[in-house]
Design a protein around this ligand. Structure first.
Ligand code: NJP
Length: 249
């Protein structure tokens, strides 16, 4: 029997990509899974597709830019399943643009989702984990949280911030049974690039990553990495993990 049997994971950004694949993995392993994102119909479709899995799957429509909604998500999970064993802070967006284009609205959205959304998740779940004296908080950072690329000044800034926040949290929680992990994916085949509006970035992407130039990872590859970190013995805390395609430089 899987160690996740009967354990509970909350996943933000569960309506597509990495979050969706991670939900399927944990439901397969018998975990109770709470799916969170804004697109309710996508969450309902996913819940339906997972109905025969060993784990129970619930949905809670959540915008992670709302502190109240994130708190409601965690409270819903505690009320439904009695606690939260894992929070996967995964919601994110990446409208890359060159700074001279001045796309301030997009900068603000990235700060709101990629940084403040992560902080709200930590704020909401930490008291519950401290009360139960166990838990695991995982955040999706990025290769962009380690390296900066042109057009990524703000996105990389948010992903560096997410990683640093997780490292700080991990240091504060050392010696407790609450673990922390940052996952940094390389290029993964998801909907993430759909928010890019800067034509010059799209052209640059086509040149660097277009057909045949690189084989992106599948979201399932990242789901496996998330599962690996959770499966470690209690005394092992995998704080950082980088997973990228083997032909990504
Ligand atoms: O992308 P995508 P990924 N409130 O677009 C949700 C990081 N990453 O799976 O609200 C709540 O399929 C959105 O849901 P919805 C990346 O930065 C990726 O690749 O319904 N949720 C959707 O479920 C991100 O942190 C790559 O629109 C919100 C999800 O976020 C994470 O991986 C590389 C929301 C995005 O799913 C998952 O992204 C890398 C909000 N306000 C890091 N706004 C990569 N794909 O190559 C968005 O290094 N979401």
């Amino acid at each position: 029997m899987s160690d996740m049997n009967g354990k509970t994971i909350v996943i933000t950004g569960a309506s597509s990509g990495i979050g969706e694949a991670t939900a399927a993995k944990f439901a397969d392993e018998g975990a109770n899974v709470v799916l969170a994102a804004r697109r309710k119909e996508r969450l309902e479709e996913l819940q339906h597709s997972l109905q025969d899995k060993p784990g129970k799957v619930e949905i809670k429509q959540t915008d992670v830019t709302s502190k109240d909604e994130v708190h409601e998500l965690i409270q819903f999970t505690v009320d439904t399943f009695g606690g939260v064993d894992v929070l996967f802070n995964n919601a994110g967006l990446m409208p890359l643009s060159f700074m001279e284009k001045g796309k301030v609205d997009e900068w603000e959205k990235m700060v709101d989702v990629n940084i403040k959304g992560v902080l709200y998740g930590i704020h909401a779940v930490l008291p519950h984990m401290q009360e139960q004296n166990s838990g695991h908080i995982i955040t999706t950072s990025s290769i962009a949280g380690h390296e900066i690329m042109p057009s990524g000044a703000v996105y990389c800034g948010t992903k560096f911030a997410a990683r640093v926040i997780m490292e700080g949290l991990g240091k504060e929680l050392a010696g407790t049974d609450i673990r922390t992990t940052s996952i940094s994916p390389g290029v993964v085949d998801t909907e993430l690039t759909e928010t890019i509006t800067d034509e010059d970035v799209l052209e640059m992407f086509e040149k660097n990553f277009g057909k045949g130039k690189m084989t992106p990872l599948d979201s399932k590859d990242i789901a496996e990495a998330v599962y690996y970190t959770v499966q470690q013995p209690k005394n092992v805390d995998v704080n950082e993990i980088i997973v990228r395609p083997n032909n990504q430089g």
